[in-house]
Design a binder for this molecule. Structure first.
Ligand code: SF4
Ligand code: SF4
Length: 471
């Protein structure tokens, strides 16, 4: 921790002044608003919007702003520290199979695994869930169900084993499934929706020829129509969302995809910039400054649609940044915090039972911390394979260490930093996109529009939660 805390500060300063001694270190941020700018104490993620013509007054010793900060400083520091260093795992990304029926161009799982990898039998899957149930008994507070998100590769390749496991442990876990949607037939949808299982689909464009550029089968056939059929089957189901992976190929049509999702009554979507862990993904990576205007225009459009119809389409990855500013502990996704959630709020299990800090690392031997069937989960979480991820902090990364918005961004993702930029002490792939999303979020707050961008009931429960498709 590097927080400058007057009560523990060795210097004689009483911390009564900004930006010197043991006082709070403030940074100003131009948010692109006519009337307001932001004052941020980055160490504790404390911020205030200040009228531009009152900025000097706010920084005077004894100002009401300073009084407020002095009163709240300790509780803010405790809150952010608890969030960053005090959480225990409460979710698992569970890959029941290494295999996938698709060969998407940007997939982070090595191709040989997806083509020829292992698939769990029903007995192995049941045994694995039993091990996880025992593990969580001592870790998760009573009354809270840990979450299992069946993830991929394509989990529905192991549908029978997965469904049997869900039925056996329905009272022990909250289940979700992240699927490419192509195997979601009537029977599968009936099974999942009747048990209120969270469902995440993937679709990259409203237009077939664009969607099929990145998501296709091993024989190069696009899967757009199949995913649309699944969306039709899920119409009206509240517990589902669609991920759009944003690449160079679809970034100019994000507004259209927001309109398309809204028209299809999708409750929530993610416009996730492609994770640049693998070379194939890096080849379709959009440049931040080219992506930003399209991304923000799509957010504008989601607001207009809400105003026109009264029905929200939450863009969940942006909503998470917005909520991390307003109420840090209400965030649902754990990529935009440092250290990220990988290996500390959740971990990933491969089809052979190997344990990784996050799905992004599945198949990379250096990040294998042990095996669920043959070892102990607690021991795996303490290995170097996990520590290298859980100990990656913005304070150790240049330029993040001096960035005003470092606790709204978190410098994701360690997998990208490692594979793309050459080390854990490097930033991830989309710094400028985070800068601009944060500015946009602060403008919304200045204009009182932020509620329209957040999921319903976001403030009902301010406990940290992990939602389906957190990555
Ligand atoms: S990645 Fe960029 S925006 Fe994020 S913390 Fe680092 S410097 Fe700040
Ligand atoms: S930032 Fe990367 S490694 Fe961390 S949780 Fe997100 S996807 Fe996983």
């Amino acid at each position: 921790m590097t927080q400058n805390n007057p009560s523990t500060c060795a210097a004689s300063s009483r911390g009564l002044q900004f930006n010197s001694g043991c006082g709070s270190s403030f940074q100003t941020l131009d948010i692109g608003h006519d009337d307001y700018m932001a004052l941020i104490e980055p160490d504790i993620a404390f911020w205030s919007l200040v009228r531009k013509d009152k900025l000097a007054d706010s920084l005077e010793i004894g100002s009401s702003f300073m009084q407020e900060l002095l009163e709240k400083r300790e509780s803010f520091a405790e809150e952010i520290n608890a969030l960053r260093f005090g959480l225990k795992p409460s979710a698992v990304y569970f890959n029941p199979t290494d295999r996938c029926n698709l060969n998407c161009s940007y997939c982070y799982i090595p191709e040989d695994m997806r083509r020829d990898g292992t698939t769990m039998t029903a007995a192995q899957l049941e045994q694995a869930l039993g091990v996880l149930k025992d593990y969580f008994k001592d870790v998760v507070p009573e009354g809270i169900k840990p979450q299992i998100i069946f993830h991929g590769a394509e989990p529905l390749v192991a549908k029978d084993a997965m469904f049997a496991g869900m039925d056996k442990y329905l009272n022990d876990f909250r289940f979700g499934v992240q699927t490419n949607g192509t195997l979601l037939d009537d029977e599968a949808v009936e099974f999942l929706t009747s048990r209120n299982i969270g469902i995440g689909l993937s679709l990259d464009s409203a237009e077939e020829h664009i969607a099929n550029l990145t998501r296709f089968t091993w024989s190069d056939s696009g899967v757009y129509k199949k995913v649309l059929e699944a969306m039709d089957r899920l119409k009206g189901y509240p517990n589902y969302n669609v991920i759009c992976t944003v690449t160079r190929d679809n970034m100019t049509s994000l507004t259209e995809i927001v309109e398309f999702f809204h028209e299809h009554e999708v409750p929530a979507c993610m416009l996730n910039p492609v994770r640049c862990t693998r070379e194939g993904a890096r080849q379709v990576k959009p440049l931040d400054h080219e992506l930003v205007p399209h991304f923000l225009k799509a957010l504008d459009r989601s607001y207009e649609l809400y105003e026109e119809t009264g029905r929200k389409l939450t863009v969940a990855n942006f909503a998470n940044i917005l909520v991390s500013i307003i109420a840090p502990t209400a965030r649902r996704l754990m990529c935009d915090i440092s250290p990220c959630g990988g290996g500390r709020c959740f971990f990933a299990v491969s089809a052979s039972g190997d344990l990784f800090p996050c799905s992004e690392f599945v198949g990379v031997p250096e990040f294998n911390g042990g095996n669920l069937f043959t070892g102990n989960i607690d021991d795996a979480l303490k290995t170097q394979a996990f520590n290298i991820v859980t100990e990656r902090k913005v304070e150790d990364i240049d330029p993040c260490a001096r960035c005003a918005i470092r606790h709204f961004c978190g410098s994701p993702c360690p997998a990208e930093a490692h594979e793309m930029n050459g080390g854990m002490d490097k930033p991830g792939a989309f710094c400028e996109l985070y800068e601009e999303q944060t500015r946009y979020a602060l403008r919304l707050i200045a204009d009182g529009k932020h509620d329209a961008f957040l999921w319903e009931g976001w403030d009902d429960d301010t406990n940290t939660d992990i939602d389906i498709t957190s990555i």
